[in-house]
Design a protein around this ligand. Structure first.
Ligand code: KG4
Ligand code: ZN
Length: 340
């Protein structure tokens, strides 16, 4: 049988990405043009610049993605585009482009939730993965613990009450004078460093699956101010490693507690922060100890990419059909959850 080809388009933040995925799981191409250089000097993503840059990059990245997959637009069966959450201007570039292609090629179009995309990054190239699955999605904008009962059926067990995990990494890195994005910088500098700064205790809300990171961030800022007032030097690797340990303790405490309560074929990590080496190693050790299966995407699929959007879009299309051409950007789009 001929392969079913999905063209994925992702422009929710600062990556312009286009991918071709066969049968929802096989990556034919996954082109990612990062705007990192554009935003680094501002210490964060500048929405207006991001949207303009997507507009310039979209067409060449699309052409390369088709060429690398060895197909023409006529061979594409479905177009999947990130609908939200994300930056409105950036989302609109991807959505407008996707609509143009859908109209020109008379191809069905489906809007995809970006967080759902991160979860599906795990099923790419892994035909053995089937729900129920328990997924921790940790990115720059989200910290969600999700029980995926079936394809497209989610129960949101907990999410952050304030900062997202990646946001906390980025903000703490900034006060430590590390480069943007802060997650990889903290991960690097923490390697081999002591991580036992006493004031950093995980004060995760007991009994809840919700997360909170802003208190920890404030504790780090206050600590640095106290040292500065006393004229003492900061041991940056020690602070970074202690912060990282505390964040990972909170994340894994809830993940493994949920794993005892919700029967799952496997535990999944996803989102940019799932690239964190300490988080991966900790989860691997704990999952092995408990005899549970654990998956996380390869590094290139942890951060924003269009292959994950194509994978999620394939399953959304199979269960709910196409979106209309009135599809529009939803910067605050939530995961559609079911209670039972
Ligand atoms: O998923 P993503 O690419 O974009 C969003 O949808 O937000 O995630 C980006 C976030 C940033 O906050 C970045 O600092 C964090 O992921 N990140 C990491 C690592 N690599 C990326 N955080 C901790 N450790 C890492 N190795
Ligand atoms: Zn993301």
């Amino acid at each position: 049988m001929a392969e079913f080809l999905t063209l994925g388009i992702e422009t929710s933040c600062d990556e312009t990405s286009v991918a071709v995925v066969a049968d929802g799981r096989k990556i034919k191409s996954n082109l990612i043009a990062s705007q990192l250089d554009l935003h680094t000097k501002f210490g964060g993503v500048v929405p207006e610049l991001a949207a303009r840059c997507h507009l310039e990059t979209m067409l060449p990245v699309y052409r390369k993605a088709l060429a690398e997959a060895g197909v023409e637009l006529e061979a594409i069966d479905l177009i999947a585009v990130t609908q939200g959450p994300g930056l409105i201007g950036s989302l609109l570039v991807g959505i407008s482009f996707a609509k143009g292609l859908a109209l020109a090629g008379n191809i069905p179009l489906v809007g995809v939730n970006h967080i759902e995309g991160h979860i599906y990054a795990n099923i790419l190239e892994r035909p053995e993965l089937e729900p129920p699955l328990l997924c921790l999605t940790v990115s720059g904008g989200h910290t969600d613990l999700v029980y995926m009962k079936d394809w497209g059926r989610y129960q949101l067990l907990g999410s952050t009450r304030d900062d997202a995990a990646g946001e906390a990494f980025d903000k703490v890195a900034r006060v430590l004078g590390l480069e943007y994005p802060g997650g990889p910088a903290i991960d690097r500098i923490a390697k081999g460093a002591g991580d036992d700064l006493q004031f950093m205790q995980s004060k995760a809300m007991a009994g809840s699956y919700d997360f909170s990171f802003s208190g920890l961030k404030t504790a780090v800022i206050n600590y640095l101010n106290r040292l500065k007032q006393k004229g003492e030097t900061v041991d940056i690797p020690l602070v970074a490693a202690s912060f990282q340990r505390t964040v990972v303790e909170q994340l894994t405490d809830k993940l493994f507690r949920a794993a005892r309560e919700y029967p799952a074929n496997a535990l999944l990590l996803s989102g940019g922060v799932s690239a964190n080496s300490y988080l991966r190693e900790y989860c691997r050790r704990e999952a092995d100890r408990l005899g549970m299966k654990l998956y996380y995407p390869p590094l290139a699929l942890c951060t924003d990419n269009a292959a994950m959007i194509a994978a999620a879009g394939y399953y959304v299309y199979r269960s709910s059909g196409a979106s209309g051409l009135d599809l529009t950007a939803q910067p605050d789009l939530k995961l559609a959850v079911v209670e039972n």
